[in-house]
Design a protein around this ligand. Structure first.
Ligand code: ATP
Ligand code: MG
Length: 270
């Protein structure tokens, strides 16, 4: 479904992503992990067209997509959520989820403004699809609440519903459990399984290694922009390079903060 070859992205003198090969098969749940600053979000930004790669190719469903505008890539069936929640906090949950359909409807924004009949029919369809997405993420009853009044965990769910409303083939989740407690994390785990069951392939960036090991079919590890491991979760987290990448990170923390508790980096949550 997705075939990335030799993707490189530089910011001035910094190579944020370096010669990364990455493949996803239809129906997979793939975890993208790695220490802070490894290049995970940058990689998502390249896939979704927010950044143009300096080198490399990306094929999505056998069509090249590198260099296309974000809305074109979205239209081809790729949706995402953001590491930092991006919601219209003063709009309702329903309105926020509807946004996920903009640019996807035939009659588009102008006819919507002009109130033409076709767009009214579409408006109803958009509302219906949005309500379905809201139900899927378990937010029924919250449709008319203001997004900004929801708990952090529920705001993340609104983001996921917005990404799901157009029924994407591939969903990219950037740290969907950040800031969540164990119970909420478990619910996201269940939700991702449900999304895959509904026919959407998923790539998720996660710091909760315990969660991704149980959830994902495969893990890919980035460190300093390079792919250092790719394979079955249990094998990947036992890989010496992966352990070193994570221990390197805790060593840095220990140097700056003596009071930092010693943690098993592989088992630690974020
Ligand atoms: N727009 C940008 N301009 C300059 N540097 C950037 C930009 N975006 C990211 N970087 C740098 O690229 C590197 C990779 O950042 P990125 O956000 O992709 O990491 P990440 O793996 O998502 O980290 P985290 O786990 O903290 O979210 C970092 O050194 C970051 O400072
Ligand atoms: Mg990130």
């Amino acid at each position: 479904m997705l075939k990335v070859k030799g993707i490189t992205k530089r910011f001035g003198g910094l190579t944020a992503v370096h010669a990364v090969d990455f493949e996803v098969k239809q129906g997979e749940i793939v975890g993208l992990i790695g220490p802070n600053g490894a290049g995970k979000t940058t990689f998502f930004n390249i896939l979704t067209g927010i950044y143009k790669a300096d080198e490399g190719t990306i094929d999505f469903e056998n069509k090249p997509i590198q260099g296309l505008a974000p809305f074109r890539i979205a239209k081809s069936g790729m949706s995402r959520t953001f590491q930092n929640i991006r919601l219209l906090k003063d709009e309702t949950v329903l309105e926020n989820v509807k946004v996920g359909m903009f640019g996807r409807t035939k009659s588009g924004l102008w006819s919507a403004i002009l109130g033409m009949r076709a767009s009214r029919v579409e408006e109803e369809q958009v509302a219906e699809l949005s309500l379905k997405a809201i139900e899927l993420v378990g937010l029924n009853g919250f449709e008319q609440e203001l997004a900004g009044s929801l708990s952090y965990g529920n705001q993340r769910r609104v983001e996921i519903a917005r990404a799901l409303v157009a029924n994407p083939k591939l969903l990219l989740l950037d740290e969907p459990t950040a800031g969540m407690n164990a119970q909420e994390t478990k619910e996201v785990d269940d939700l991702v399984r449900k999304i895959r069951k509904n026919g959407t392939t998923v790539i998720l960036i996660e710091h909760n290694v315990g969660m991704v090991v149980g959830l994902c079919d495969r893990l890919v590890v980035l460190d300093h922009g390079e792919k250092i491991a790719d394979g079955k979760p249990e094998q990947v987290i036992a890989h010496p390079k992966v352990i070193e990448a994570y221990i390197g990170k805790t060593d840095e923390i220990d140097e700056t903060d003596e009071s930092e508790e010693e943690v098993n980096p592989i088992a630690a949550n974020s």
